[in-house]
Ligand binder design. Structure first.
Ligand SMILES: NC(=O)c1ccc[n+]([C@@H]2O[C@H](COP(=O)([O-])OP(=O)(O)OC[C@H]3O[C@@H](n4cnc5c(N)ncnc54)[C@H](OP(=O)(O)O)[C@@H]3O)[C@@H](O)[C@H]2O)c1
Length: 227
């Protein structure tokens, strides 16, 4: 039984991870709202990761940081504040969580960290300047910390394409937009949060003990293929 800290398990990808992991592990969820589910293996802390102190947790094997943003605007409409906000929630929140829990995590079993990037960090897409910049920061963190913590703690990122969560609700707000999104991807699809949770499940497992410092594109081909 692992002790898993999820920052952002109340909804979206983090919630899909939480629901999978609860069956066999202790899950500590940290978010501003509680997850809908209650379970003997779940402990929730109502915390804003940017504003509040993070709770003390005594045993941790896995840390998963999910908060992120999709703030798509032309460069002329993006304020400096937009860039700062995207950097804060995507990078600084992750750094704060890692710094807080690393001493405990280092004593864990097969300890590892999962962060989230996006396909837009690799594939140039119009209007993604702010989020692509922030997620490039996440990918840099994964590379650097992967090396720094190499013999002790593994750290990897998942870089999903569009995933059906509340974060992307505006981009997938009607059937026509959903069909267009499927068509844009060479492998004809986009992600459900459970698919991303399956990847996280593998990356935190013993089967992934050789893997650190990597960014995994889950892209339905949009970064990888030109057809
Ligand atoms: N969805 C996509 O299409 C997509 C595509 C590429 C990359 N990603 C990345 O994947 C990750 C997960 O995305 P998602 O779609 O699952 O997002 P989501 O549905 O918005 O869920 C984000 C989670 O983070 C929590 N959270 C947000 N701000 C917080 C704060 N200040 N303090 C504490 N908790 C906070 C939210 O809970 P509360 O609101 O309860 O605090 C929620 O549980 C993000 O990093 C995102 O950038 C998503």
């Amino acid at each position: 039984m692992k002790n898993i800290v999820i920052i952002g398990g109340s909804k979206g990808i983090g919630n899909a991870i939480l629901l999978q992991q609860l069956k066999n592990n202790i899950v500590y969820n940290i978010s501003r709202n509680a997850p809908e589910i209650t379970h003997a293996n779940l402990k929730h802390f109502t915390v804003d990761v940017l504003q509040d102190a993070l709770p003390e947790i005594e045993v941790i094997d896995t840390l998963i940081y999910c908060p992120g943003s999709i703030n798509l605007k032309p460069i002329g409409s993006l304020s400096i504040e937009d860039f700062r906000n995207d950097f804060e929630i995507n990078v600084i929140g992750a750094v704060k969580s890692i710094q807080k829990y690393l001493p405990v995590l280092k004593k864990g079993t097969n300890p590892s960290i999962i962060l989230f990037s996006t396909v837009a960090a690799k594939l140039g897409m119009p209007f993604h300047a702010s989020i692509a910049t922030a997620k490039a920061g996440v990918e840099g963190l994964v590379k650097s910390l992967g090396a720094e913590l190499a013999s002790v703690v593994r750290i990897n990122a998942i870089a999903p394409t569009i995933t059906e969560t509340s974060l992307s609700a505006n981009i997938l707000r009607n059937d026509r937009m959903k069909e267009n999104m499927i068509e844009r991807h060479p492998m004809k699809g986009y992600l459900k949060p459970e698919e991303v949770a399956n990847m996280a499940n593998f990356l935190i497992s013993e089967d992934a003990k050789s893997i650190s410092g990597q960014v995994f594109e889950m892209d339905y081909g949009i970064v990888t293929f030109k057809i």
